[in-house]
Design a binder for this molecule. Structure first.
Ligand SMILES: Cc1cc2nc3c(=O)[nH]c(=O)nc-3n(C[C@H](O)[C@H](O)[C@H](O)COP(=O)(O)O)c2cc1C
Length: 402
């Protein structure tokens, strides 16, 4: 049995032999995805800004937090339900927006939206998504949130807001942490461009992953579906740059954010907040919630980890807004730590995409299973039976425990 596993894994065909339950952690799934996906695409997902110190801090930020176990309590009945903006979700984590996700494996967006609907968790479709927001809204009408990048061309932003409204999406998330795109060295070194520049290096990279190449050939090359209507005049050669230009605005200020607020009737959430001042500005703009996030370490390499930034943001606006968090979550313990530190919901980006990259259509559900199982065990270990019970008293370093 173990010998067969070794053989399959050596030749990278283990996926046909292994079941989802053979992958115990997000890192297991990441490793499998790395074996199946061309380097250029994998690095786009896995990498971050600068020397990627922020990505490392996102992990150490969680690892350095200790929980305080409490025993002699009946924890035989446990629930992970969380109510957010009037909807009760079955798990305390949702899927962060990931642009160009279908590059990693065909249909990542729709696989994850379907999983989110079936498992009753939120799924955020990116303005830079590779599936139209209208399609996602049809698949997951009660679970799809739309994430907007504010464009340098204002009419594009307001048209996307209109489309999300018309598609019946109820929650708008505006990402504010890209005044300019970051330098991502892995992408530069891999000569990552859309469409692929067919250099010998790229051809070899793709040829070495025949499963991905075949699946992508059949599915068709991924396209920024939400931005297509606004890219008509752009030549294909410039499509990545053009798409980037549509997603970035150094002019996004409180006045523009207030106008977006006025154009949207439902809950408005601002994503990419790390400081109490930005949190207060989000409040002034009329946001109902914020996602404390450093974009998974993909923007400001010197930014704090989001788990480190969370308590200060909570102190500033915690009583007035719903505070959520992403960046660096890789297991159920991280989710519990985020809630103990003040988060009212959490999200993960790469984890879910690693899952689909590793296991195709089964991958998103496997990631959620890993998270949910981890949350359940951590809840019981610290003597809690529900997410609402989590608070700072379960942090080892809390003044209450010293
Ligand atoms: C490949 C990739 C693409 C992303 N695209 C977007 C996007 O389109 N919009 C957005 O707000 N955030 C985007 N993010 C950031 C995620 O929404 C999220 O904040 C981040 O992945 C959280 O960190 P984690 O991957 O460690 O969970 C992207 C992240 C990755 C890895």
């Amino acid at each position: 049995m173990n010998f067969m596993r070794l053989v399959f894994s050596r030749f990278n065909i283990g996926i046909y032999y292994m079941t989802p339950e053979d992958f115990h952690t997000i890192d297991d799934l990441r490793d499998r995805a790395q074996k199946r996906i061309p380097k250029l695409a994998f690095d786009y997902l896995d990498g971050g800004a600068g020397n990627e110190a922020n990505i490392q801090r996102n992990r150490t930020g969680f690892e350095d937090i200790l929980l305080c176990p409490e025993y002699l309590r009946d924890v035989s009945e446990r629930s992970q339900k969380v109510t957010l903006f009037g909807h009760t979700y079955d798990a305390p984590i949702g899927v962060s927006p990931v642009g160009l996700a279908n590059l990693l494996w065909p249909k990542v967006d729709t696989v994850l939206a379907t999983m989110a609907r079936d498992r009753n968790i939120p799924y955020l479709i990116s303005a830079a998504g590779t599936t139209a927001l209208e399609t996602i809204a049809e698949i997951a009408p009660d679970h799809a949130w739309f994430q907007l990048y504010v464009s340098g061309q204002e009419h594009v932003s307001f048209d996307l807001v209109r489309r999300a409204k018309e598609a019946g999406i109820k929650i708008l998330v505006v990402t504010v942490d890209i005044p300019l795109p970051a330098i991502r060295l892995r992408d530069l070194r891999n000569d990552f461009k859309m469409p692929f520049k067919m250099t010998p290096k790229v051809i070899w990279d793709i040829a070495s992953k025949p499963g991905w190449a075949f699946a992508t050939l059949v599915a068709g090359k991924p396209v920024f579906e939400n931005l297509v209507p606004y890219m008509k005049e752009q030549s294909e050669e410039k499509s990545l740059n053009a798409a980037q230009a549509l997603q970035v605005s150094p002019k996004l200020d409180e006045a523009l954010m207030k106008r977006i607020r006025d154009a949207w009737d439902g809950p408005l959430i601002i994503k990419g907040v790390l400081s109490p001042k930005t949190a207060a500005a989000a409040k002034r703009c009329g946001a109902d919630g914020i996602i404390v996030s450093n974009h998974g370490g993909r923007q400001l390499d010197s930014a704090p980890s989001s788990i480190e930034a969370l308590p200060r943001v909570c102190d500033a606006v915690g009583n007035e807004m719903t505070i959520m968090l992403d960046s660096g979550i890789r297991n159920g313990g991280d989710i519990v730590k985020a809630y103990c530190s003040g988060a009212e919901f959490t999200f993960s980006g790469r984890s879910f995409v690693f899952g689909v990259g590793a296991l195709g259509e089964l991958g998103g559900a496997r990631v959620l299973d890993i998270f949910v199982d981890g949350v359940d065990r951590n809840l019981a270990q610290i003597g809690c039976t529900s997410i609402e019970e989590l608070g700072s008293e379960y942090l080892w370093a809390s003044p209450q425990n010293i």
